[in-house]
Design a protein around this ligand. Structure first.
Ligand SMILES: [Zn+2]
Ligand SMILES: [Zn+2]
Length: 229
C-alpha cells in the first residue's frame, strides 16, 4: 500500500525494527513498491514502481520492506494481504502481501488504510510523468500506467473498504488471472481455498454498509469464540 505524507503527528507511527534500514521521507517509511526518483529519497506517493511490483510478486517479497515473506516452513510464518470485498468475490487480491509487522505499520502510516483520504490520489499518474532535475534519474523514461491498470482505475475514485487478512505463508500463492468485466488480466494473490486466520476491517466506507468481508469476519470471530467454549 502506498501512502502520502500528511502534517499530523498521528501519520508518523513508530517505525518497526524490520523497517529501520528502509528509506524514509517526511518521517514515513517509503514502501519498497513505491515509485521513487533516483536515490530513493523522493517518492511519488501513490504511484507503484512496475519493475518492483513484478519482483515483489515473482520473489514473494513484502511490498513494504522488500524482504522475503517466507515459504511457510518456519513456525508461525504468516502473511498479511490487504483486500477489498470485490477482490474476495473475484478470488484474486491485487495487493502483494506483507509481514504482519509491516502491515501493522502500514495500517497506521498509509493514509488510504488509516482512513485519512476520501479518494485515491488523482495526481499520482500525472506526477510520475513529471521529471525531476536529476539527469541520472530514470524518471524521463517513466510512462504512465495504462488506463486498464489497477492504479489508473483507482485514481480519483472514492476509496474502497479495505480489510487486513492474515494467512499462513503456505497459502500465499501468486497466480495469473484473465481479464473480465471486473478488471484487467494480471497477477495477484489467490484468495481461493485458503484458510483465513484473521480478518479485520482497516478502512470503512462512508456508507458503513455491511460487505461480504464483514460477514466473513463476524463468522471467523464466532468460530473462535465457540472454539474456546
Ligand atoms: Zn527523477
Ligand atoms: Zn516486510
Amino acid at each position: 500500500m502506498n501512502s502520502e505524507a500528511t502534517s499530523t503527528n498521528s501519520s508518523r507511527p513508530p517505525i518497526p525494527a524490520r523497517l529501520h534500514d528502509a528509506p524514509t521521507a517526511q518521517g514515513l517509511t517509503i514502501p519498497y513498491l513505491t515509485l521513487c526518483h533516483r536515490g530513493r529519497v523522493s517518492p511519488v506517493w501513490g504511484a507503484i514502481d512496475p519493475e518492483r511490483y513484478a519482483l515483489v510478486l515473482a520473489l514473494r517479497l513484502c511490498q513494504v520492506c522488500g524482504e522475503d515473506l517466507g515459504n511457510g516452513h518456519g513456525p508461525g510464518n504468516r502473511v498479511v494481504v490487504f483486500i477489498r470485498p470485490q477482490d474476495w468475490i473475484r478470488g484474486i487480491g491485487p495487493e502483494p502481501g506483507l509481514h504482519p509487522e509491516c502491515a501493522a505499520y502500514s495500517t497506521r502510516a498509509c493514509p488510504m488504510l488509516a482512513g485519512r483520504m476520501p479518494t485515491y490520489r488523482s495526481n499520482a499518474v500525472a506526477a510520475r510523468i513529471t521529471p525531476c532535475d536529476d539527469p541520472q534519474c530514470d524518471c524521463l523514461q517513466w510512462t504512465p500506467p495504462g488506463s486498464e491498470s489497477e492504479e489508473a482505475q483507482r485514481a480519483g475514485k472514492p476509496a474502497d473498504p479495505w480489510y487486513s487478512m492474515l494467512i499462513d505463508a503456505r497459502d500465499y500463492q501468486i497466480v495469473h488471472y484473465r481479464g473480465d468485466e471486473s478488471g484487467p488480466s494480471g497477477y495477484g494473490v489467490s484468495l481461493r481455498g485458503i484458510q483465513v486466520m484473521r480478518l479485520r476491517k482497516v478502512r470503512g466506507t462512508a456508507e458503513h454498509e455491511r460487505t461480504v468481508l464483514d460477514v466473513l469476519a463476524a463468522a471467523l470471530d464466532l468460530t473462535r469464540l465457540t472454539d474456546r467454549l
